[in-house]
Design a protein around this ligand. Sequence first.
Ligand code: PMP
Length: 396
Amino acid sequence: MSSEILNEFLKENLEDLKEKGLYNVIDPVEGANGPVITIAGRELINLSSNNYLGLATDRRLIEACIEATKTYGVGAGAVRTINGTLDIHVKLEEKLAEFKHTEAAIAYQSGFNCNMAAISGVMDKHDAILSDELNHASIIDGCRLSKAKIIPFIHSDMDDLRTKARQAKESGLYNKIMIITDGVFSMDGDIAKLPEIVKIAKEFDLITYVDDAHGSGVLGNGAGTVKHFGLSDKVDFQIGTLSKAIGVVGGYVAGKKDLIDWLKVRSRPFLFSTAATPGAVAASIEAINILMNSSELQNKLWENSDYLKKGLKELGFDIGESETPITPCIIGDEAKTQQFSKRLNEEGVYAKSIVFPTVPKGTGRVRNMPTAAHTKEMLDSALAIYEKVGKEMSII
Ligand code: PMP
């Protein structure tokens, strides 16, 4: 017998979301999440995955995953601090530190719980966090969990950040103060102003925390946004995910040895959630080896993203100011954006619409994620469909 209060709450709120067009219907992908996907039996050019380098379906990673699964089994069997730490978890962490040019690294089961773990593992109610207003949801939740005072600053506005950093410091209210930013912002593709952030942090003795989920494997010769700016020894927390360019699943913090040692004894998902699967760990190691030994995939990614951006721009679409492969196609009106995405889908392109409240009102967009795995023919077909639907809907 289920609770009447719960039943009423769910019914009312689900209906409300559906009425407002905010109820997200999930379309399962039938097969691999590659450059072309099948949904409901239809083949679509996929411009919506974070599989930047195409590694999610790379044979070398698949082999590494299979071999590790044969050796270690499908599960790690325990949390890291009991006996779930397998030698390959340690190998992955050593590899990540090498990849990120830091003393050490700690791996988690996802990027989301990595942010929850790392922020709340170090910050508490006596501290303050200066957080870019466009930071990812997992950062926001990690900040909330820490109980630190959250002070949002205007997106990438360094004057606002400096003013708020000074006020926080001079108030004398906080033990520790941290600045948190995404390295690359996932909705517009812009890069955080890390040189200035690091300068402000130095001026007021603040901790720096960069979540580079969308920069790793993409910028800085693969090593990410911090390396791109030559700041590897100047950022305290370098966060990454193994789920995007790396193509697998998992998250990590790279930093000084003492920081990593602390997180190993104090961050709760490390202590209380079962370690990542051996297959995922081995595939991640293989991916990092590939990234460290060749820039072929990154070059292909950039070539494809330049090609798509140029094509969309020439057609007359507004693609914003992205500095990375993330390519928004800004439509504006929410209903029109959703209709545009639907029509693209009907014609053969899978590109998701992103509207308020994920992005500000009136800036609805279809977000395109080109990858290294797309061929020119696929991108040309996508552009032809964009042209057809754009003209039909008087967008271009
Ligand atoms: N941080 C950022 C900036 C992200 O974009 C994402 C993924 N959407 C995450 C963290 C979470 O990573 P994961 O998918 O590995 O949990």
